[in-house]
Design a protein around this ligand. Structure first.
Ligand SMILES: [Zn+2]
Length: 253
């Protein structure tokens, strides 16, 4: 039906156009112009999005603030890189990797931020992550982790230890690939303070003192930033770390 309608419309348009003195060449130009108009709007919107994302200021972002600005950084590598650099994060892009159904094409490794992200002893030494994850990690570190450490423990955090980011595996107990399979997730084990103390998720999460208060607050407020935040309250598999991911699902447990 649709096809025959558009054929009729086309023929009618041709008759009208020729009747109006248009040549076939002019008709082609007219068609091109109308198709340009059709694409111009989405193009304009894409450029506006790109500009808005590029202007995302990670240093001024309030945790309860603009979720939309953050979502603009997803699948927007250039804008995301610009935002990271502007916030003083140095990083290097890492080569694409494919491992069966797992892998990534645009991952980076953070070289320097306010606190160092380092592998936990025994963990893989490389911590590749998507730019989107790095941006959210930076906001979490800057606006949540460091202020909370100062508030509860009287010292900023200088190091965040991770069990890893990329790993080709399924979610524990479920036959579905984990966001770690795409470098879209980080498992955080502990926080080393500037004064040398180390606050561990496994040892301190349920402690009644300031160590526990600090850990519970940074986990709770991670939920404002990451798509999925899981910790010891969720299950035994998360007793020793916070799982933070940007895979697009939604959970805060
Ligand atoms: Zn995880």
């Amino acid at each position: 039906m649709k096809t025959s309608h558009s054929i009729i419309a086309c023929v009618a348009g041709l008759v009208l156009a020729l009747g109006g003195g248009l040549t076939v060449a002019n008709l082609r130009t007219a068609e091109a112009t109308s198709s340009e108009a059709r694409f111009a709007r989405p193009m304009k919107e894409a450029v506006a999005k790109q500009q808005a994302a590029a202007g995302t200021d990670l240093t001024r972002y309030g945790v309860m603030g603009d979720e939309k600005a953050l979502s603009l950084l997803s699948n927007n590598l250039k804008a995301c890189q610009t935002a990271l650099k502007a916030a003083g994060v140095s990083f290097t892009m890492v080569p694409a990797k494919q491992e069966g159904a797992c892998g990534y094409s645009e991952a980076l490794e953070v070289k320097a931020s306010l606190a160092d992200l380092t592998p936990n002893p025994g963990a893989p030494t490389e911590l590749p992550m998507t730019c989107d994850l790095a941006a959210r990690m930076h906001i979490w570190e800057r606006h949540v982790v460091i202020p909370a450490a100062e508030k509860y423990l009287g010292s900023p955090v200088k190091e965040i230890k991770a069990f890893g980011t990329f790993q080709c595996r399924t979610i524990a107990g479920i036959d579905k690939l984990s966001e770690h399979s795409y470098a879209k997730a980080a498992d955080i084990a502990s926080f080393v303070l500037a004064d040398g103390r180390e606050i561990s998720v496994l040892r301190d999460y349920y402690s009644k003192g300031p160590d526990g208060d600090f850990l519970r607050e940074v986990r709770q407020r991670a939920c404002d930033l990451f798509d999925v935040t899981l910790g010891p309250d969720y299950n035994e598999a998360h007793a020793n770390h916070f799982h933070l991911d940007v895979g697009g699902n939604s959970a805060c447990r």
